[in-house]
Design a protein around this ligand. Sequence first.
Ligand SMILES: Nc1nc2c(ncn2[C@@H]2O[C@H](COP(=O)(O)OP(=O)(O)OP(=O)(O)O)[C@@H](O)[C@H]2O)c(=O)[nH]1
Ligand SMILES: [Mg+2]
Length: 454
Amino acid sequence: MRWNGNHYDEVMTMAEPIIINEEEKFLRAVLVGLQTNEDDTRFERSLKELAGLCEACSVEAASVLTQRAQHPEHATYIGSGKVQELKQRIYIERADIVIFNCSLSPIQVRNLGRILDTEVIDRTDLILRIFSERARTKEARLQVEYARLDYMMPRLVGMRENLSRQGGASGFMSARGGGETQLELDRRKILNRQAALRRELKEVERVQATQRENRTSSGLYRVGLVGYTNAGKSTLMNRLLSMSACAEAGEDKRVFEEDMLFATLDTTVRKIAVKGRMPFLLSDTVGFIRDLPTALIKAFRSTLSEAAEADLLLEVCDCSDEDYAAQSETTRRTLQEIGAGAIPVIRVMNKVDAAREFFGLPGTVRREEDGSGTVCISARHGDGVEALLDVIEETLDGPKGEHTFLVPYDKGQVAAVLSETTQVLSQEYTEAGTVLRVCCGIKRAVKYAAYEVL
Ligand SMILES: Nc1nc2c(ncn2[C@@H]2O[C@H](COP(=O)(O)OP(=O)(O)OP(=O)(O)O)[C@@H](O)[C@H]2O)c(=O)[nH]1
Ligand SMILES: [Mg+2]
């Protein structure tokens, strides 16, 4: 992470993309974790994840300090003795920043900042900073800025102190209006900026809704990739694209995949048309994480709406990660939060090539009682993906079969949708209309039963 001292200033004034980096400064951090009622394994995993989050924004996790306690201290989160130990550790490690593996209250941030004389942030803040650094599209940038301002609002006092510690507030934060306290001024500016952001976001959403409507009118089923961050969603999207035989499958249509938390921050929709199979639209979106800041979920609603409106979700699990079960729970909970809890889900056990436990060979399919299924795959090597396509097709469209439709010429739209959404075996132009012999699922056949000839 390469913040200069006026990072908060820049976030608040950011009408344009944030340019954080002037000095190219990589930060050294001390990570702090408090173990209350979690068992050791869980606790260690969550600290490991915090280190992964640091890596995602180039912060070096120089040292980790932990404490066991029944509950956090109201004023400083960790006990006073531990705070002193932390102070020493900061000095020894020449750390620039302290990152707590939890959500700190504004008062705790302020108190700790005063005692330690170093910048103190919590996990939520770290995630928000990763998002601000990585957001590329206009929509993601607007959403992140909105979420950050939401988060800053109750913390303005502590932040001002942080700024003066880092060399003094300048520009926006130091501008004072007659008769108003600095705090009131800051608050008013944030509210005004948020109102402006809401207007801009509405416009972006309007354009996207139109694009979505166009896609819906194509009649293709919509499938959404969801799952914990780094589970392999983008890799699966690229794998399916590489198997695809349509114009959307070019090199330039690939999405970014990387061994890093939050590699993807926006939504990409691509048509997947594997030869001999039913085509569908696939969306890849931002990954989830435990305790995803609510401000972010709220702000990212429109990015996530592609998933929330899908006909089917593929929940990608990284089964090489020991924590995959808890990660899956987080995903399911987040899906509920974004209003996607009722959409059918296929669980995709990805990375079976690297798993320590045996979940099944790639291509293994298990059917659950509620009709949902689990499929084992390796997106990286492409194993098991054909079996996944079988399950996708069957879940969306029911058992496949051959059907013949006669579509009169004045129903051109019906013929167009049928040839776009099914696997066309033959097409003939007769006096009565177009005769389409297709292979498709029973659900689509029933939908067009009025045109079916037996
Ligand atoms: N061994 C193995 N690694 C995989 C497999 N699939 C993906 N990966 C690796 O996992 C890492 C993350 O993959 P991504 O596709 O970027 O994951 P994502 O779910 O899109 O992650 P975010 O966009 O960060 O939420 C990359 O290094 C991939 O190469 C797999 O089947 N086996
Ligand atoms: Mg991704």
